[in-house]
Design a protein around this ligand. Sequence first.
Ligand code: 4AD
Ligand code: MG
Length: 477
Amino acid sequence: MKIKEILSEEGKEQKISAKGWVRTRRGSKHVSFIALNDGSTINNIQIVAEGDSFNEELIKQITTGSCISVDGELVTSKGSGQAVEILANKIEVLGAADAEEYPLQPKKHSLEFLREKAHLRFRTNTFSAIFRLRHALTFAVHKFFNDKGFFNLHTPIITGADAEGAGEMFQVTNLDLENLPKTSDGKIDFESDFFGSKTNLTVSGQLEAELGALALGQVYTFGPTFRAENSNTSRHLSEFWMIEPEVAFADLETNMDLAEEFLKYCIQYCITHNADDLQFLDKRMGDEERNLKKEERSEMGLLERLQFVLENDFVRLTYREAIDVLRNSKPNKKKKFKYLIDGFGADLQSEHERYLVEKKYKKPVIITDYPKGIKAFYMRMNEDNETVRAMDILFPTIGEIIGGSQREERLDKLQARMEEMDVDQEELWWYLETRKFGTCKHAGFGLGFERLIMFVTGMKNIRDVIPFPRTPQNAAF
Ligand code: 4AD
Ligand code: MG
């Protein structure tokens, strides 16, 4: 039986077997108390080993990190702290863990240290809780869209396209880098590369998702995306997972409504299904923040913050309105921002986003209608010819969690934008054909999955919410 099930068997005394990894063992010569965890829950089951069948040699091998199997009797616990415990009849050590060498001792380790032990950090309370929540959120994403009649579309990971037009791609090739084939004019001959053309890892599944939406109506992707941007921050990964819904006949209003409902659904799903893990992380965040200076502490605890997002409408304002608010804000007037806001056209930095979300509105904020110059080529042009129907959703402590837009469905306008932004039209001929044949209004967005997990778990570094993070200079494990 899984420990999660065993712990819910209160009052039903019975023979039981369990397997798992030892968190701690304490006791005397005559009796040992073992805290056992099998990953099914944050909670441990207590094993009591008493009597002659547990010789010193066996007990000595039951150390933190070792893997054991236990047969015994489930009984009501005599001690405080747990309702039930297992009175062991037989214990077998399946895998010992040398106590001198095992890196995870029953004490607090730093997150940095645990990142270097990413192969073992699943065995800590913090990381097991995070990865159970990551699973719950994955499940919630699929359930949300499935229940709404969306179709999950698997878009390619290897592609020739640069969906965002930002040039931050990892190239995929099997050419011999020491001996590159050249064309007659001295350029690299990609025709002799594996796919017969230049290819890269995808930065987004959006363009292909649009093709799906313009036939299947509503689709979503959920896959890994790759960005070769050299930003070594606590919110950027080189390999991250993105969820990208795309909806035919939808405009930006519908898109915002969908995104807000979706985020709230995912958060509620965790509150309903992962209460133990969230309670643990809520306490963890509280403990962690007690060591911070007062002004650096969050105003709300983790659970309080999740509840708060569920109960409040997101604030919606245009980029122009946001710029006005920022220009007249205290930190701008007192020159406290690193990047001062002087007017239309400025890209919002995370300091500005955090001011709006954490200081001014104290709620998630959706900013729409950004200047065309700072957004991708596929966004729908507004009447003013200066702004596009973009939306960014900003979350407390995270900043941008979602980016999306209504798409440019008018062929002439789309081509004009591609021309202006120097996006290769020949390469994207298939994308342009959807505008030529049966085009229609449509919209979509991309949720950075790890940023959502950061918000739900209260973790402050994105490297701690993905099992094996890829960042500049690091692809270990
Ligand atoms: O804003 P982005 O670049 O938008 C797109 O890729 C669109 N194609 C989405 C769409 O409309 N279908 O990325 C979307 C989200 C961001 O809001 C952010 O949450 C996350 O992806 N993101 C990253 N997360 C981790 N590491 C990175 N390097 C990220 N870059 C973007
Ligand atoms: Mg963005």
